[in-house]
Design a protein around this ligand. Structure first.
Ligand code: 13P
Length: 344
């Protein structure tokens, strides 16, 4: 039986003040690409050692990480002393979560656009994940913006099918007493300007909340994971940090109901420091109806991965402690640049 109080309690824990989510749910292929950057072989043991190093990092895990998104393999893995990795996370006071989509595939009849798959058999998988300790899940939709001012991308077709799938996933999660993170990612890669990102993000979020309503998803038991409203990475004119903060807040205020317990952003390819700065400026400068925090993958892990370099646990943990603390402060609007320099 769906327990709304439990769903709401978990959702609120995920966006607790000063804390945010570690997205460590790279598929085996994606983590392989990250490991290539440090010349490390993509083996099951290396994947486990890397993630175990992160999950044992203190004080980052107990003070700044509210939850960790895992990949299927990690949820089933144990450390050499027999402790399950999910148990390490729970012992630190964070909530274990699980990525349940099976990836973004080419959308039929729409060249350049994607549809996220993974609904088949999802009910059974969610029930198993709950038994394994997962209390929230993630599903990421990918919305690409066309190049050279091509207004036909994203198509309404692409946004329609992706938000429909997000709502189907969210309803199944809630039935299994798992909090759905709904993640419609408008991709930053591209030559579009920040206004175009605003327009596409706003439209996507409107469609998303209409679908969630139509499919009976209870907003109090969800967390939104959106992109920030930002200039395309190849756009000649890059908006300032203040503009990103202002347009992102405006876009979310226009579209996201106040009943949503919290918003946890993806980093999407921003530099570590930009991702932190944007979050802090938003939390410092605006009166918001929901807590806003981070659910970063790359912006939390890039520096620790480089420092760890396959075996240096102490350096890896120091780097993770630092980024987790910076983002924890940003979730309170208390980060500033001098805190970064002090650590160098
Ligand atoms: P990034 O922060 O690297 O974008 O990853 C977050 C995530 O979970 C994407 O689905």
């Amino acid at each position: 039986m769906m327990d709304l109080d439990q769903l709401n309690e978990i959702a609120l824990r995920m966006v607790a003040p000063g804390k945010g989510i570690l997205a460590a749910d790279e598929s085996t292929g994606t983590i392989g690409k990250r490991f290539e950057g440090i010349g490390l072989e993509n083996t099951e043991t290396n994947r486990r050692n890397w993630r175990e190093m992160l999950f044992r990092t203190e004080p980052a895990m107990s003070e700044h990480i509210s939850g960790v998104i895992l990949y299927d393999e990690t949820l089933r893995q144990s450390s050499d002393d027999g402790t399950r990795l999910a148990e390490l996370i729970a012992k630190a006071g964070a909530v274990p979560g699980i990525k349940v989509d099976t990836g973004a595939k080419d959308l039929a009849g729409a060249p350049g656009e994607k549809i996220t798959e993974g609904l088949d058999g999802l009910r059974d998988r969610l029930n198993e994940y709950y038994e394994l300790g997962a209390r929230f899940a993630k599903w990421r939709a990918v919305i690409n913006i066309g190049a050279n001012g091509d207004e036909s991308m994203p198509s309404q077709y692409c946004i329609g099918v992706n938000t429909h799938a997000l709502a189907r996933y969210a309803a199944l999660c809630q039935e299994a007493n798992i909090v759905p993170i709904v993640e419609p990612e408008v991709i930053m890669e591209g030559d579009h300007d920040i206004e175009r990102c605003f327009e596409v993000t706003e439209y996507t979020l409107r469609k998303l909340y209409a679908e969630l309503f139509d499919q009976g998803v209870v907003l109090e038991g969800t967390v939104l994971k959106p992109n920030m409203v930002i200039s395309g990475s190849k756009c000649a004119e890059q908006a300032s940090r203040e503009e990103v903060a202002e347009l992102t807040v405006q876009c979310l205020m226009n579209t996201v109901p106040a009943a949503v317990p919290g918003i946890a952003f993806l980093s999407g390819g921003q530099s570590d420091e930009d991702a932190t700065a944007h979050l802090s400026i938003m939390n410092e400068g605006f009166d918001l109806p929901w807590p806003m925090t981070f659910s970063y993958g790359r912006a939390l892990q890039a520096a620790p991965l480089k420092a760890w370099n396959g075996s240096n646990v102490e350096a890896g943990q120091a780097a993770f402690n630092h980024r987790a603390r910076m983002n924890g402060l940003a979730s309170l609007g208390e980060w500033n640049e001098s805190l970064e320099q002090a650590a160098e």
